[in-house]
Each structure stands twice: as structure tokens, then as C-alpha cells.
Design a protein around this ligand. Structure first.
Ligand code: TYD
Length: 213
């Protein structure tokens, strides 16, 4: 396959993990790699990514909103996702771009499902409604323990969800591991204790494999 025909094929990649897993570093490394290889790609982050979604993000993450009901949280996360999917992700994939999502629907299943304990079946439906049933082609789950994630976050000012505590993050992680078993075709579990460069190399290899399929 030539470089040209490879780069015209759209691909939807998502990154997932608990807070402090090193996801942002990997997203950045991958974007830089695509850029130096001359491959058109677009990065989106959740919650957020459009003006409306960024406004929803503020409501979601403000520490002042500590009494937000769990269902409100789930609805706002998926509302932000609906706008982003409609305005940005679907049109970009349609035009042949590679889209990298720093979190997508699995975050809702892990955080609001595993972490907050909401019914997964409702969340699956909400997610499908919000995304026109779009799923990532490949999902990189960077796995660290809640202890490790907490340690790495220590220097930062935690937002409302990061501040939910270690036991919460442990439940989120457990749910991610369950999702990896439910969706083995698209989930790649990466050991977040490896070096950033080692993780990046595995990610590159997986993407190369899927693009050549
Ligand atoms: P952010 O600062 O973007 O964190 P990160 O860099 O870890 O992605 O904050 C997003 C927070 O929102 C993060 O704690 C995960 C949480 N979240 C949910 O609880 N549910 C969701 O559906 C999404 C997309 C994020």
C-alpha cells in the first residue's frame, strides 16, 4: 500500500484511562508523530471540543458544583459528546481524517458506570444516542493503579472528578478492565508503568497494523 492511499483512510482512535495515567503525554506524542509523518489528523478532548461542549465542561468540572446528581453528570457528559460527535468527529471522519479522541464513550461507562455506580444499560443507550452509535476503531486504555494515578496527580489542583478520591478511581479502573474484556476487538490494554517511549512504540505498531488491514 502506498503512503498516499494509507493517509486517505479515516480512522477513529480513542485514549482512555483513570486520572493521572499518562494519557495526555501519549496523545501528544502520537499527534507529533502523525505531524512529522505528514498524516492529517485531528485531536479532540472530552468533555469539550466545541464551544457548547466547553461550556458544559465548565459546569461539569467546577468544584463549586459538588452537589451535582450522578444522573445529571452522565447526561452532561453525553450532551457534550453529542455536540462534539455531530459537529466535529463525524464530519472529520467523513472527510478521511484520522481523529484522536482524548476520552470518548468508554469514559462514561467507566466513570459514571463503574465510579458512580449508575446502570450500565442506561449509559450504553445514552452513549449510542449521543454518538449516532459511532464507536472508535481502536481504543488505547493506559492502565495504572489508582495509587499510581493519585501519586502522579499530586502536584495538580484536582477538579471535581479528580477530587473524587482513590476508591472512586479504583472502581473506574475495574470498569475499564471489564470493558477491555467485553470489547477485545478494539481495546488495547497498555501497561502504564512502562516508559512513555515504550508505550508510544506499542501504540505506533498497533496503529500501523490496523491501517494496513
Ligand atoms: P480532564 O481534565 O480532561 O482530565 P483528563 O486529562 O484525565 O482527561 O477532565 C475530565 C474529567 O472528566 C476526568 O476526571 C474524567 C471525567 N469524565 C467522566 O467522568 N465521564 C466522561 O464521560 C468523560 C468524557 C470524562
Amino acid at each position: 500500500m502506498t503512503q498516499m492511499s494509507i493517509s486517505n483512510k479515516s480512522l477513529f482512535i480513542s485514549f482512555e484511562g483513570i486520572d493521572g495515567c499518562g494519557k495526555s503525554t501519549q496523545v501528544k506524542m502520537l499527534m507529533n508523530r502523525f505531524e512529522s509523518d505528514g498524516i492529517d489528523s485531528l485531536l479532540v478532548r472530552e468533555p469539550g471540543g466545541t464551544q457548547i461542549s466547553e461550556e458544559i465542561r465548565e459546569v461539569l468540572l467546577k468544584n463549586r458544583n459538588e452537589n451535582m446528581a450522578e444522573r445529571t453528570e452522565a447526561l452532561l457528559m453525553t450532551a457534550s459528546r453529542a455536540q462534539l460527535t455531530h459537529d466535529v468527529i463525524i464530519p472529520s471522519l467523513d472527510s478521511g481524517l484520522i481523529v484522536i479522541a482524548d476520552r470518548f464513550k468508554d469514559s462514561t461507562l467507566a466513570y459514571q458506570g463503574g465510579g458512580r455506580g449508575l446502570d450500565i444499560n442506561y449509559l450504553l443507550q445514552l452513549n449510542d444516542f449521543a454518538t449516532f452509535e459511532l464507536d472508535p476503531d481502536i481504543t488505547f486504555f493506559i492502565d495504572v493503579t489508582a495509587d499510581e494515578g493519585h501519586r502522579r496527580l499530586n502536584s495538580k489542583n484536582p477538579d471535581r472528578i479528580e477530587g473524587a478520591g482513590k476508591i472512586f478511581q479504583e472502581k473506574v479502573r475495574e470498569q475499564y478492565l471489564k470493558l477491555a474484556r467485553i470489547y477485545p476487538d478494539r481495546f488495547i490494554v497498555l501497561d502504564g508503568e512502562k516508559t512513555a517511549e515504550e508505550i508510544h512504540q506499542i501504540i505506533r505498531l498497533e496503529i500501523k497494523t490496523i491501517r494496513e488491514k
